[in-house]
Write a protein that binds this ligand. Structure first.
Ligand SMILES: C[S@@+](CC[C@H](N)C(=O)[O-])C[C@H]1O[C@@H](n2cnc3c(N)ncnc32)[C@H](O)[C@@H]1O
Length: 267
C-alpha cells in the first residue's frame, strides 16, 4: 500500500481531521473565545461593536434606561471599558488604585473582620468586588444588567466564597431574600444614578442590614456634571435620605474633587 495514503486512511478511521486535531472533535472547537458550556461565561465575539446610549438621561425612568444601554453590552465590558479598568478606553485606574482606595477608605470600617456578610449594589465587572470579597464570608451581588452579572460569574467562579448573583429593576432591592447583612457597598455606580433611585435604595437599607451594620455608598457629592456622567446627587441630599430612613450618617469623606463616600449606620 502507498504509505501516505495508508496514514491518511488510518487517521480518518481514528477520527483525526488534521495532523494536530483530536479524535472525534472538529478542529476549530478549541480555537478561541469563552467556552459556552461554562455557565455564566460571557458570550460575545470580538466583532460585536459597542453602541453608545441613545436615550436622554432625564428623570429616574430614563436614567435606568441610560444605565441599561451604557453598561448592558458584553462588548462594552470586554473592549470599550476593559472591565472598568479603562472606561471608554479613556480614564484609567489600575488594580493598585482600587486596592489603595479600599485599604484607605473601606478596610478600617471592617475592624479586622473577615467574616462579613456583604451585599454589593452594581458590581459591574467586579473591580471593587475583588477588594471586598477578602472580608466576606458570603456575598450577594445585585446589578441592573445581566452582562455585568455574567462577567462577575465568570470572574469569581473559582472563589470558594458563597456568592449569589441577582439582577434587579434598577430601583429596589426587594429581590434580595436575606435581611442579615453586616455591610452594603456601592462603588463608582451610584454616581450614575438619579437621586430618586438612590433614595429608593437607601429606603431599603434598614430591612437589609443588621443592627449596627453599615452602608458604604459612593455617590456624586456636588451635583450634576457632564464629565464622567455625574447625576444631581449631593452630600446633603444623601444626609436627608439617610435621616428619612432612620440611619445615622457616620462620615462623608470625598474620594476625589467630586465624589463622596457616605457611611450610613443602622442603629
Ligand atoms: C460604572 S459601572 C461600575 C461598576 C463597578 N462598581 C466598578 O467600579 O467597576 C456602573 C454599574 O452600575 C450598574 N447600574 C447602573 N444603574 C444601576 C441601577 N439603577 N441599579 C443597579 N445597578 C445599576 C451598571 O449595570 C454597571 O454595572
Amino acid at each position: 500500500m502507498h504509505l501516505p495514503r495508508a496514514i491518511a486512511s488510518l487517521r480518518r478511521r481514528l477520527g483525526f481531521s488534521s495532523l494536530h486535531g483530536r479524535p472525534g472533535t472538529p478542529s476549530n472547537q478549541y480555537s478561541s473565545g469563552a467556552d459556552p458550556s461554562v455557565r455564566g461565561a460571557p458570550e460575545s465575539t470580538p466583532s460585536e461593536v459597542f453602541r453608545k446610549p441613545t436615550v436622554n438621561d432625564g428623570d429616574a425612568k430614563r436614567n435606568i434606561k441610560w444605565n441599561q444601554q451604557r453598561w448592558g453590552q458584553m462588548s462594552g465590558w470586554r473592549e470599550y471599558d476593559q472591565y472598568g479598568y479603562r472606561w471608554g478606553k479613556g480614564h484609567q485606574q489600575s488594580v493598585g488604585d482600587l486596592a489603595k482606595l479600599a485599604d484607605d477608605m473601606f478596610r478600617p470600617l471592617t475592624r479586622g473582620r473577615h467574616d462579613l456578610k456583604i451585599l454589593e449594589i452594581a458590581p459591574g465587572g467586579g473591580r471593587f468586588t475583588a477588594e471586598i470579597i477578602r472580608y466576606a464570608r458570603e456575598l450577594v451581588l445585585v446589578d441592573l444588567n445581566e452582562a455585568a452579572i455574567d462577567v462577575c460569574r465568570e470572574r469569581f467562579r473559582y472563589y470558594p466564597t458563597p456568592i449569589t448573583y441577582v439582577t434587579n429593576d434598577g430601583a429596589s432591592l426587594g429581590v434580595v431574600q436575606d435581611s442579615d447583612f453586616d455591610v452594603l457597598v456601592c462603588y463608582d455606580s451610584m454616581v450614575h444614578m438619579h437621586p430618586d433611585i438612590v433614595q429608593s435604595y437607601v429606603s431599603d437599607l434598614p430591612t437589609l442590614l443588621i443592627s449596627g451594620g453599615f452602608a458604604w455608598l459612593d455617590h456624586s457629592g456636588r451635583g450634576q456634571r457632564e464629565a464622567g456622567h455625574r447625576t444631581a446627587m449631593t452630600r446633603e441630599l444623601m444626609s436627608d435620605f439617610a435621616e428619612e430612613a432612620g440611619l445615622i450618617v457616620e462620615s462623608q469623606p470625598y474620594r476625589n474633587d467630586w465624589d463622596c463616600i457616605s457611611v450610613l449606620r443602622k442603629p
